[in-house]
Design a protein around this ligand. Sequence first.
Ligand code: HEC
Ligand code: HEC
Length: 219
Amino acid sequence: MSQLAPILPAASRSARMALMLALACAAAPALSDSGAVPPERSGEQLVKQVCVQCHGTGANGAPRIGDAAAWKSRASQGLSGLTKHAIAGLRKMPPHGGKMDTSDLELERAITYMVNQSGGHWTEPIDRARPPKERTGEQIVQAQCHKCHEKGVNGAPRIGDRKEWIRRAGPGLDSLVRSAINGHGGMPARGGMANLTDAEMRAAITYMFQTSVKHPTSP
Ligand code: HEC
Ligand code: HEC
């Protein structure tokens, strides 16, 4: 639910973030990455390459970057709702902003960037330019997720339940990550850890999934 929190003015913070990002890019050109995902465009890059064409001016009713009111009304759908529309298109909004080679993740980051440039304070999904100070998936699971996922409290997919994790992962990891970020049923948004980054969420889910697939256990 933290993603749905009211949008507050945070322009100076976004500016600082942008600066930090630029510095991090300059300072760390070749991070050895733990994930297997290829390098992606940052949200800012994608927005400047593609989305700004319409969202810079607000052409055809596109929510204009910097227009807090326009984004606030849309942001109530949450990142997953907005991303769904960005993927599928919406009236004069072309699917993927007209650039079909963009991944779901890149779109999520572009949307987060536009929301944050417009008074929002959403967490940037995976930021590969920032030195990995992140907690590992295992650490996060031990610290938090295991409280429900160890025993399967309230129907949480149990760590070790191979079949259930494979079933849940059916629609793909991106969709699972989004679902866990937004929360539903007994699953709190971000697993109840407000400071969990999207990258950490992904790592924690990957850890629970891998463990369950490789080392299935009976309840
Ligand atoms: C050709 C113009 C155009 C481009 C390019 C474009 N958009 Fe849009 N976008 C629109 C318009 C127009 C709307 C408003 C659609 C409506 O509600 O009728 C919109 C709406 C949106 C929304 C709000 C959807 C909702 O559910 O309310 C999101 C999110 C969005 N765009 C993301 C993006 C992203 C990310 C990019 C770049 C990858 C992008 N757009 C590129 C025209 C564009
Ligand atoms: C308070 C208990 C609780 C905690 C803590 C918790 N979960 Fe969950 N989780 C649940 C429950 C219950 C479900 C099943 C929800 C449903 O399907 O309705 C669930 C479902 C999920 C799913 C499957 C979502 C889907 O769409 O199928 C993922 C992934 C997940 N949790 C990841 C995590 C991660 C990662 C953490 C730790 C950061 C975490 N959870 C912490 C209770 C919890």
